[in-house]
Design a protein around this ligand. Structure first.
Ligand SMILES: NC(=O)c1ccc[n+]([C@@H]2O[C@H](COP(=O)([O-])OP(=O)(O)OC[C@H]3O[C@@H](n4cnc5c(N)ncnc54)[C@H](OP(=O)(O)O)[C@@H]3O)[C@@H](O)[C@H]2O)c1
Length: 322
């Protein structure tokens, strides 16, 4: 008998995070309240949010409805949010966190992440000119991190972490930290497995959360390559799914949890929300895990070019450490 899928992961600071969460990027304000409510009703205990998704108030409405109905208590749910790139300066971090808390209707977050190792001037959502960017020499990540640590001291976030950090930056930030990053949220799926990053993070006792675990097909056309392979149409995933009476999406989710990562598939469809949770019941054999390992092709769907195009002082080589 194979071990049952772990439902939670204990982070380096002792906090216990559910391994499956609901993603909310691109979930429109009009639909995300129902999605959050449906997820909590189905049994999800983890919602992944971010200030930049522009829907935290509606996520908060969904949470409040669930709390009011007695579906779950606040303490039973893990809520993650993320610091946007325009608030990296230490004096802006608490204000940005409080803004997310107000929108979500919460007093504290379970996890607050630095969304990207990219900084903008305050008030710039998406940079258009060189003047909209701030370099990491001007506002080092370590300084932003100091302000993140103070959020834990102040009780505004139980755990703090990062997102989109390569292994080198993760190690450097961990070394100098008073409170070490607990989580690095990065793109991970069978076409972008990042085994070296997983190994490096594990050695640092940093948990990896897998974003875009289903291949993020609902990204804007401007973010997609014409020739991009469609993860959920992969023949090997389809064959493994068929053997279990499951779907390729469920195979991706089960694979992510079985390799020790946390996973946050996005859906606003009640049936798929339930289907994704049911994937936690699926156990892949060692042979199936090995077949999925063969699918790696280093395909980034969220490729970061939106931070490096035009007049940007940032480069992809620096961003991904590749
Ligand atoms: N930290 C970061 O920089 C970062 C970047 C990207 C994403 N994220 C986080 O990770 C979450 C997930 O990533 P993502 O939104 O990019 O993409 P994803 O979860 O890989 O894919 C979402 C797409 O898959 C569809 N889908 C969901 N369940 C399905 C199923 N069982 N079968 C078939 N299709 C299914 C969804 O459609 P329906 O909604 O119609 O079901 C949607 O089109 C985000 O929502 C966000 O919370 C973080």
């Amino acid at each position: 008998m194979l071990a049952p899928m772990p439902k939670t992961k204990t982070l380096s600071d002792g906090n216990v995070m559910p391994t499956l969460g609901l993603g909310t990027w691109k979930s429109r304000p009009g639909e995300v309240k129902a999605a959050v409510h449906a997820a909590l009703r189905a049994g999800y205990r983890h919602i992944d949010c971010a200030w930049i998704y522009g829907n935290e108030a509606e996520v908060g409405d969904g949470l409040r409805a669930a709390f009011d109905e007695g579906l779950v208590t606040r303490d039973e749910v893990w809520i993650t949010s993320k610091l946007w790139n325009d608030a990296h300066r230490p004096e802006h971090v608490e204000e940005a966190c409080r803004d997310s808390l107000t929108k979500l209707g919460l007093e504290r977050l379970d996890l607050y992440l630095v969304h990207w190792p990219v900084a903008h001037t305050r008030g710039t959502m998406m940079p258009e000119t060189r003047g909209d960017f701030v370099t990491l020499d001007e506002v080092p990540l370590a300084e932003t991190w100091g302000a993140m640590e103070r959020l834990v001291d102040a009780g505004l976030a139980r755990s703090v972490g990062v997102s989109n950090l390569d292994a080198k930056r993760l190690a450097a930030l961990s070394e100098g930290a008073r409170i070490r990053p607990t989580v690095n949220q990065v793109e991970l799926h069978p076409y972008l497995q990042q085994p070296a990053l997983l190994e490096a993070a594990t050695a640092l006792d940093v948990a990896l959360t897998a974003y875009s675990p289903l291949g993020s097909r609902d990204r804007a056309a401007s973010m997609k390559a014409d020739d991009e392979p469609v993860l959920l149409e992969d023949a090997t995933l389809a064959a493994i799914a068929e053997a279990h009476g499951a779907t390729p999406a469920q195979v991706c989710i089960a694979w992510a949890i079985q390799r020790g990562t946390i996973v946050i598939p996005k859906s606003v469809n009640e049936g798929r929300i339930r289907q994704n949770l049911e994937a936690t019941q699926l156990t892949l054999s060692a042979d199936e895990m090995a077949r999925v390992a063969q699918l790696d092709r280093h395909r980034r769907y969220v490729d970061g070019t939106f931070w490096t195009d035009g007049e940007s002082p940032y480069s992809l080589a620096e961003l991904w450490g590749e």
